[in-house]
Design a protein around this ligand. Structure first.
Ligand code: NAD
Length: 514
């Protein structure tokens, strides 16, 4: 299966892919092994970049930028359109590679590549709509307007759990904006990165545009740190944990660079007493169990009105007991593995803490074992928070399928509980009351404090058309739709005097009075 997939994507003959070290032998230095989390076995090795090869890549990126920024934006859009078409042709194998390498189920792997295709389509339209404002000048015979200009080579750092789409959000928009991308993927998903970047690079080169999509695969100390310190990268767009964001944010701020941070979440769903409970169940089930709890938008906390909490948790527990855990590439599977053994240990640690802190494990709580579960599988877990309402571990983002259930009496109390975490990514309410929904979305800003707010939908599964990102420790960045493109360009305010006299703003008189 894996060799077939690598062949379909042209990775079997890729100069950076090493097919041999797939036994238990220690990989030679300079190679990272990509593992299948469903088996714990290596798929292939990938040769790592070094400080030297990073420098070479950056030299190409700088030269590429100088050419690419001169290409008119709508023509850049045509290159992105062709990349979208090529991704369409490779949708299934690339989606399957995502599933194989990071363990999300096949439908979600394919959905992820579809997201990149969608953002490519969005970017094509955008390539004719990089609008600047025109504003009236206070001076006669003057004209004022804004123009948006390419920013430079941009650094893209991605997390393991969206090894294709997060690159797409950044690289497709950046490309129509006139930027060259330098992508550093997670070392847990190097094969998806090679396959994805190879498609973009091949299409762009065939259309006469070399060096628009660059890739560096290396360790954080050698390549990641070099990137974030590199003044040739005016923007670093980094997706990952809050811990990483603190390091990257402070290094880039020190050199007065621009940072776009998309970090961890601790997302909640509020369920009002008047909610359609079946609808709520469906939103919670996908939000909490989907992608084995490894989405930044995964539902981690459920805040349920005390009058419906028993009914809703009973329904969830029944569904959790029947969920199919197994090979992500098997169509029947709903829950695949965690990414590695470290993630399993963190899951077990969180469950242990929840117990110590008075939480009641309603379902799950351990490793998932049995036939075909030789990899890093865990049981989706529901923890009931003690009557005191205090469970410190629920304030942490554990990247695994653990759902903490809180109860409340009033909506104000529920909103305060939802906001009472460090992260501010995604939030949702299930209700049939307009008053409750609007209270949650309060235009005064006293409702949900997150970047994403949903009514009668779960916390996961954003569309690309809206700006995506979160507040507080989630980092404040916005990627994908709406006007996120502005972050990939620099704004220039232009004033033209087409008269014959020099007039100063604010009516200031200055100079010789002969
Ligand atoms: P991680 O923080 O371990 O790694 C993310 C990326 O940062 C990797 O490419 C890693 O190599 C790189 N990195 C780490 N330290 C670095 C340094 N000092 N310099 C340069 N690069 C460095 O995250 P992960 O485990 O891969 O992903 C899971 C996390 O990502 C979760 O917290 C999840 O919520 C978050 N995430 C957020 C979003 C979002 O849009 N908000 C999307 C996906 C994932």
């Amino acid at each position: 299966m894996s060799t077939d997939l690598l062949r379909k994507l042209g990775l079997d003959t890729h100069e950076r892919v090493v097919l041999e070290p797939v036994g238990d032998e220690t990989p030679e230095r300079g190679i990272v092994l990509s593992e299948n989390p469903a088996t714990g076995r290596p798929i292939a090795g990938v040769r790592l970049d070094t400080a030297d090869t990073y420098e070479k890549t950056m030299a190409h990126a700088a030269a590429g930028f100088d050419r690419w920024r001169r290409v008119p934006a709508p023509v850049r859009g045509q290159v992105v359109r062709a990349i979208g078409d090529e991704l369409r042709k490779n949708l299934e194998p690339l989606g399957e590679l995502v599933a194989l390498e990071v363990g999300k189920i096949r439908a979600e792997g394919i959905g992820e590549v579809q997201e990149t295709i969608d953002i490519a389509d969005f970017a094509v339209g955008l390539s004719r709509q990089l609008y600047g404002l025109t504003m009236p000048s206070e001076r006669p015979e003057h004209r004022m307007y804004e123009q948006w200009l390419p920013l430079g080579p941009i650094g893209i750092i991605t997390a393991f759990n969206f090894p294709n789409a997060v690159w797409g959000w950044n690289a497709m928009l950046g490309a129509v904006c006139g930027d060259v991308s330098v992508w550093k993927p997670s070392l847990l998903a190097p094969l998806t990165a090679l396959a994805t970047n190879q498609i973009a690079q091949r299409v762009a080169s065939a259309m006469g545009h070399e060096d628009v999509f660059k890739l560096v695969i290396g360790t954080d100390p050698e390549v990641g740190e070099a990137m974030i310190h590199d003044r040739r990268l005016p923007l670093i767009s980094a997706t990952g944990s809050c811990r990483m964001g603190r390091v990257v944010g402070s290094v880039v701020a020190k050199r007065l660079g621009r940072c776009l941070l998309e970090l961890g979440g601790n997302n909640a769903i509020i369920v009002e007493p008047d909610a359609n409970l079946e609808l709520a169940f469906e939103g919670i089930f996908f939000g909490a169990v989907g992608t084995a709890g490894q989405r930044c938008t995964t539902t981690r906390r459920l805040i349920v009105h005390e009058s419906v909490v028993d009914k809703l948790t009973d329904r969830l527990v029944r569904a959790y007991k029947q969920v199919t855990i197994g090979d992500p590439l098997d169509k029947k599977t709903l829950v695949g593995p965690l990414i590695n053994e470290r993630a399993v240990e963190q899951f077990l640690r969180a469950v242990g803490k929840a117990r110590e802190q008075g939480g009641e494990i309603l379902v799950g709580g351990g490793r998932a074992t049995g036939d075909g579960l030789g990899g890093h599988f865990v049981q989706p877990t529901i923890v009931r928070v003690p009557a005191s309402g205090s469970l410190p571990i629920a304030h942490e983002e554990t990247f695994a399928p653990i759902l903490y259930v809180f109860t409340y009496k009033t909506l104000d109390q529920a909103i305060a509980m939802q906001n009472d975490v460090d992260q501010g990514l995604s939030s949702a309410i299930f209700t049939t009351s307009v008053r409750a929904a609007e209270r949650f979305l309060s235009p005064a800003g006293v409702g949900s404090d997150c970047g994403l707010a949903y009514v009668n939908l779960g916390t996961s599964g954003a569309e690309i058309g809206g700006a995506f990102g979160g507040e507080k420790d989630t980092g404040g960045g916005r990627e994908s739709g709406s006007d996120s493109w502005k972050q990939y360009m620099r704004r220039q305010t232009v004033t033209v005097n087409f008269g014959a006299s020099m007039r100063l703003a604010q009516g200031i008189e200055f100079g010789a009075t002969s």
